[in-house]
Design a protein around this ligand. Structure first.
Ligand code: SF4
Length: 382
C-alpha cells in the first residue's frame, strides 16, 4: 500500500529522482530523503505517470534543503496539550489527532515535524482522556479529527466518533483527510454508510441536530480522476458534506486558469470549495511558496465568478488564520533576506492565552488594544 507494489526498486528510485537533473541532484535528493522522508501509495504512483502537478506534490526536490521556513509553524500556535492528541486554539472547537502518520507525504506538509517523524498513534486510553476533557469544555461545540491520516486506523477513528457523538456539547464533527486522493479504494459502501450514521438531523428540535462532514484536500484538476470522484460520490450521495481545502502551490496551481477550473470541477461534483490556503512557511517548502499577494491576484479574479465556486483565501501565522479579501493591503517588514507580512489578527491575546494555555508564539506580540499581532514569512514569486 505504502509504496509501488508492482514495480521494482529501480523504478522506485527513478520516480523518486524525477527532479534530479544530474548526479549532484541525485546525491542531494538522498540527503533530502533523510531529512524529509518520501512516501506515496500505489494509486498515486499511477497518477505520477500522468500528471506533473501531482508528481511535484509528493516527490522530493533538491531545493528542499534551501529553506527559510520553520520546523513547526503548525504547532507553535497550539497548546502542547498534556492530553496527547488534543489541541485547542479557538474558542469553539478542538483538534484531535488519533493517528499521526500519513499513507503519502505531501512535500509542503505544514505538520511534517509530526507526520514524518513516526509519532505514535493515540491509545484507546488517551482517546478516553481526550473525550473526558472535551466534555468539560462547555464553549466547544465542534471537533476536527485531523492527522496525519485518521482513516489509517479506523478502529480508533470509530471508537472516537462513537464517544464524541454522545457528548452534549459536541454538535459538529469534521474529519480532515487526503485519502480521497491517496487511497480512494478504502471508500467502500460499508465505510461510507457507517460514516453517514453520524449525521443526525433532529427535525423536531434542530438545536439537537449533529452532523459529520469531511474536509478533503484537492489542489489540482488532475487529481479529480474517475476513481476519486466515485469515492467522493459515495459519500455525498449519502448526505455527507465534502468541503475542500486547497493549498496554493508555486508551479502547480498558482494561476487563474488552474484554480478556476479546480473550483468549478469541485462544485460540479458536489464538493464545496472551502479554503484556498497560502502554503505555510514550513521548512523545506520554500520552492513551493508564492507570495500571499500572488494568491490575492488569483482570488480577485475568482471573486468575479459565481460565488458558489469561491473559497475563503487565508494565510496562517501561528497565532491564528487570517482571511484575505479582495481589498486587502499588506504591510511588509524586511529583515535580512526575508520579507514578512505584519498583521493584526482577529484574536484577543488574553483569550488566546486562556484557551491555548500558553504564551504567544514566536514573532507575535500584543497590540495596545489587546489583539494578537504577528509576523508571517511571505513566499517569493521569482
Ligand atoms: S495529507 Fe495532510 S497531514 Fe498528510 S502529509 Fe499531506 S498535508 Fe500532511
Amino acid at each position: 500500500m505504502e509504496i509501488l507494489e508492482k514495480k521494482d526498486k529501480k523504478d522506485i528510485d527513478q520516480i523518486i529522482n524525477h527532479f534530479a537533473e544530474n548526479e549532484e541532484d541525485i546525491e542531494i535528493i538522498k540527503q533530502v530523503k533523510k531529512v524529509y522522508p518520501v512516501k506515496y501509495t500505489s494509486f498515486l504512483a499511477e497518477l505520477f505517470l500522468k500528471s506533473e502537478a501531482i508528481r511535484k506534490q509528493f516527490l522530493p526536490s533538491p531545493l528542499e534543503l534551501k529553506t527559510n521556513g520553520t520546523p513547526t509553524p503548525f504547532e507553535e500556535g497550539k497548546k502542547a496539550s498534556k492530553t496527547y492528541g488534543l489541541e485547542r486554539l479557538y474558542r469553539d472547537r478542538v483538534l484531535i489527532t488519533p493517528h499521526f502518520d500519513c499513507p503519502a507525504y505531501c512535500r509542503f506538509c505544514y505538520k511534517k515535524s509530526r507526520v514524518m517523524r513516526n509519532k505514535p498513534s493515540m491509545t484507546f486510553e488517551e482517546i478516553n482522556a481526550v473525550v473526558s476533557e472535551v466534555s468539560k469544555m462547555k464553549e466547544v461545540r465542534g471537533a476536527l479529527i485531523t492527522g496525519g491520516e485518521p482513516f489509517l486506523d479506523q478502529d480508533k477513528l470509530f471508537y472516537l466518533l462513537d464517544k464524541l457523538i454522545e457528548l452534549n456539547n459536541i454538535k459538529e464533527i469534521r474529519i480532515g483527510t487526503r485519502t480521497l486522493l491517496t487511497m480512494p479504494e478504502i471508500y467502500t459502501e460499508d465505510l461510507c454508510f457507517k460514516l453517514s450514521t453520524y449525521n443526525q438531523i433532529n427535525s423536531s428540535d434542530p438545536e439537537k441536530s449533529k452532523y459529520l462532514a469531511i474536509n478533503v484536500h484537492f489542489n489540482h484538476p488532475d487529481e479529480l480522476v474517475p476513481e476519486v470522484i466515485q469515492a467522493c460520490n459515495k459519500l455525498t450521495s449519502r448526505g455527507i458534506i465534502l468541503r475542500n481545502q486547497t493549498v496554493l502551490l508555486k508551479g502547480i496551481n498558482d494561476n487563474i486558469a488552474t484554480m478556476s477550473r479546480l473550483f468549478q470541477l469541485l462544485i460540479r461534483n458536489n464538493i464545496i470549495p472551502y479554503y484556498m490556503n497560502h502554503c505555510m512557511p514550513v521548512e523545506g517548502s520554500d520552492h513551493l511558496r508564492t507570495s500571499v499577494q500572488k494568491g490575492l491576484d488569483i482570488y480577485k479574479f475568482l471573486c468575479t465568478e459565481s460565488s458558489t465556486a469561491i473559497p475563503h483565501y487565508v494565510y496562517a501565522p501561528s497565532g491564528g488564520k487570517v482571511h484575505v479579501g479582495p481589498d486587502t493591503k499588506f504591510e511588509y517588514v524586511h529583515d535580512k533576506h526575508i520579507r514578512y507580512i505584519k498583521v493584526k489578527t482577529l484574536y484577543k491575546a488574553e483569550e488566546f492565552k486562556k484557551i491555548a494555555k500558553k504564551e504567544l508564539p514566536p514573532m507575535h506580540e500584543v497590540t495596545e488594544d489587546g489583539y494578537i499581532q504577528g509576523l508571517y514569512i511571505d513566499g517569493k514569486d521569482e
